[in-house]
Design a protein around this ligand. Structure first.
Ligand code: C2E
Ligand code: CA
Ligand code: CA
Ligand code: CA
Length: 277
C-alpha cells in the first residue's frame, strides 16, 4: 500500500512508461534551453481549385540522441508540466515571424494556423498575449487562425470564451480542432465563437469503409454549412477520400494527399515556383 491504505499495482510495463515520461520531461526542459525545436507547415487548400487557404504550424522536436520525437508523445508531457506555456510562447512568436516573412515576400492571402493547448487557455490572458505578439512582428490579426480542440471548448470558462470573442472581433479566426471526437452538444456549437470546423481524420479514414461514419461526416458537413462555418477535412490521404469530400461539399482539405508538413524552406521554394508558373 502507499501509506494511505491505497493499494497500487505496478506492472513492469508501467515502470517503463513512467521512466520514459520522466526521461522525456527532463529532456524537454533541456530542449527548451538549447532550442531544439522547429516548426513545420502543412497547407490547407480549397477543394475547388486547390489554392492555399492557410498553413497549420506543427511543432517538431529533434532530440540529439533519439532523433525526431512525435508531438503526440511530448505535447501531453509539456501540458502536464506546464512547459507548454513557455514552448507555446515560442511557437506563437516563431509562427507569426514566419507568416510576416511570407507576407513580405508577397504571400498575402494566406493565413497561419496555430494550435493552442487547453493549458494555455487556462493560464494565459489570451487576448493580450496574441495581440502583443502580433504587434511585435507587425502582423495583422486577420493573418492568423487559432486551433482549439473540441474537448477544450467544453471545459472552457466564460472568461476564455469572451477572450476568444474579443480576438474574433479583431479579425483572428477561431477553429474547432478534432471535431467529432470531443462530444460537444450541437446546441453549444451554435453559441461558440468559431469560424472553422476541422473534422477529425478518424471520420475521413472510416467514411469509405463504414457507412455509419459516412452518415456522421455528412451530418457534420450539413450542420457546419447551416451555421455558416468553414469546414475542413483533416487527414485526407487517398484520392477516393478527396472525391467523397468534394461530393459532400466540404470546403477545404488537409492531408498527405495534398502535402506533408514541410520546413519553411520547402514551403517558400514551392510557393516561389508556383508563382513563376
Ligand atoms: P493535430 O492538431 O490534429 O494536427 C494534425 C496532425 O495530423 C499532425 O500530426 C499532422 O502531421 C497529421 N497529419 C496531417 N495530414 C495527415 C494525413 O493525411 N494522415 C495522417 N495520418 N496524419 C496527417 P503531428 O504533427 O504529429 O501532431 C500531432 C498532434 O500534436 C497535433 O494534432 C496537435 O494536437 C499536437 N501538436 C502539434 N504541434 C503542436 C503545437 O505547435 N502546439 C500544440 N499545442 N500542439 C501541437
Ligand atoms: Ca490542429
Ligand atoms: Ca486535428
Ligand atoms: Ca489531434
Amino acid at each position: 500500500t502507499d501509506g494511505r491504505g491505497i493499494f497500487r499495482v505496478y506492472t513492469p510495463e508501467m515502470g517503463s512508461k513512467m521512466r520514459r515520461y520522466h526521461y522525456l520531461l527532463e529532456e524537454l526542459r533541456l530542449a527548451m534551453i538549447s532550442q531544439n525545436f522547429h516548426l513545420s507547415f502543412q497547407p490547407i487548400v480549397q477543394v475547388d481549385d486547390c489554392t492555399i487557404e492557410y498553413f497549420e504550424c506543427l511543432v517538431r522536436w529533434h532530440h540529439p540522441i533519439e532523433g525526431a520525437i512525435s508531438p503526440a508523445e511530448f505535447i501531453p508531457i509539456a501540458e502536464e508540466s506546464n512547459l507548454i506555456l513557455e514552448l507555446g510562447n515560442w511557437i506563437l512568436l516563431e509562427a507569426c515571424r514566419q507568416m510576416s516573412a511570407w507576407h513580405n515576400a508577397g504571400m498575402n492571402n494566406v493565413r497561419m494556423s496555430i494550435n493552442i493547448s487547453g493549458v494555455q487557455l487556462k493560464h494565459i490572458p489570451l487576448h493580450e498575449w496574441i495581440m502583443t505578439t502580433l504587434s511585435k512582428v507587425g502582423l495583422p490579426p486577420s493573418a492568423i487562425l487559432l486551433e482549439i480542440t473540441e474537448s477544450c471548448f467544453i471545459d472552457a470558462s466564460q472568461q476564455v470564451i469572451d477572450n476568444l470573442q474579443k480576438l474574433r472581433d479583431e479579425g483572428v479566426l477561431i477553429a474547432i480542432d478534432d471535431f467529432g471526437t470531443g462530444f460537444s452538444s450541437l446546441s453549444t456549437l451554435a453559441n461558440l465563437p468559431v469560424d472553422v470546423i476541422k473534422i477529425d481524420k478518424l471520420f475521413i479514414e472510416q467514411a469509405n469503409i463504414n457507412p455509419k461514419y459516412l452518415k456522421i461526416l455528412n451530418s457534420i458537413s450539413d450542420l457546419g454549412k447551416n451555421l455558416n462555418l468553414k469546414i475542413v477535412a483533416e487527414g485526407v490521404e487517398l484520392a477516393a477520400q478527396f472525391q467523397l469530400i468534394k461530393k459532400l461539399g466540404i470546403h477545404c482539405v488537409q492531408g498527405y494527399l495534398i502535402s506533408r508538413p514541410e520546413t519553411s524552406h520547402h514551403v517558400g521554394a514551392n510557393v516561389i515556383r508556383n508563382n513563376l508558373n
